[in-house]
Design a protein around this ligand. Sequence first.
Ligand SMILES: Nc1ncnc2c1ncn2[C@@H]1O[C@H](COP(=O)(O)OP(=O)(O)O)[C@@H](O)[C@H]1O
Ligand SMILES: [Mg+2]
Length: 314
Amino acid sequence: MYEQHFGFREKPFSMTPDPALLFLGSKHATGLNMLRYGLMNRAGITVLTGDIGAGKTTLLRQLLNETESDVVVGLISNTHESFGNLMQWVSVAFGLPVTSDSKAILYEQFSQFLIAQYAHGKRTVLIVDEAQNLEKHALEELRLLTNINADKDQLLQLVLAGQPDLRERLQLPGLMQFVQRIAVDYHLSPLNPEETERYINHRLVAVGGTAGLFDPAACRFIHYQSHGVPRIINSICDTALVYGYASGETQISVHLVFDMVIERVSAGLFGAGVLDFEELGAGDPNQLRKRALDRARLRAASNLRRATSETVIT
Ligand SMILES: Nc1ncnc2c1ncn2[C@@H]1O[C@H](COP(=O)(O)OP(=O)(O)O)[C@@H](O)[C@H]1O
Ligand SMILES: [Mg+2]
C-alpha cells in the first residue's frame, strides 16, 4: 500500500526470497563463498549455522540458483521433531518413489540412484535446512550415506544449515566421525551497525527507492532493536514504512521508528527482538507481561539514546 507513496516497484522488506534483493555484505558473501567452495571442492560435509533469521535459507537458495546442470540437488527443508524415517525424506528430496517402509530397500534404491548419477558425470548434493532438529541417529544415518562411493569417489555431498544448536548437537559423543567429515564450516553472524545501514539501503534501492530514506539514526536504532538480524530488520522497516506512509512522511526518522516500536510493543504486537517473555522466567502471566513491556520500553529508550548520540557526531 505504501509502495507508490515511496516510489517502490515492490515492497523492499518482504520476507519472500528474491535474488534481486540479495545483500552480500562481508558475512553473507563469505557464507555464500564457503558454500560454493564446499560444493566445488567436493567437500563431504558442509555446515552453515546462524541464528533464526540470519539468512541461512536465503544463502541456500542463492546456491541452488547458481548450481550448474552437472549437479543434482535434493533439498530437505522441513525437519521437525517428528522427523521419522530419514531415508523416506531423502528419497522424496530426489524425486525417488517411496515404495517401502524398509530403510534397507530405500537405502539400496538411493545407492543405485547415486551410482547412476555418477555414471552420467553428475554430482549429487543433499541439502538439509533446519538441521538443528535432526536427532543423533539421523545425523549418523546421513554420514553413512556419504560413505557410498564408487572408484574411491564419494558419491554424495551433504550441506547442513541450522541454528546454533546444531553446533552443540554435533559435539555429542558418538558423532566424532561425522565431525571429521566436515570440510567446510561457517557461522553466519548478525550484521554490524554499518552493515545494517547498507542492508537497508540496498533493499530500498533494489526496488527503485532511494538510499537514505531511513535516516542514519533510524538505521542505527533499527540495528540495536534487531541485534542486526535481517529478518527482524525487515519486520521493523516494513512496519516503519506503513507508519511513515500513514502520516504522510517522505523521510523515515529515528523518532518515527521509535514511536512505532513503542506503540507496537504496548499493543503486544512485536515479537522476536522486542519482547522476551522467556527470559523473565515463571510467574503470574499478567505480571510477566507488564514486566516484559516495561523492559521493552526501557530497552527501546536506551537504544534511541545510543542511536542518536552515535549518529550526531559524524
Ligand atoms: N543476505 C541477505 N540479503 C537479503 N535479504 C536477506 C539476507 N539475509 C536475510 N535476508 C532476509 O531475512 C529474512 C530471513 O532470512 P532467512 O534466510 O529466512 O534466515 P534463516 O534461514 O537464517 O532463518 C529473509 O526473508 C530475507 O528477506
Ligand atoms: Mg531458514
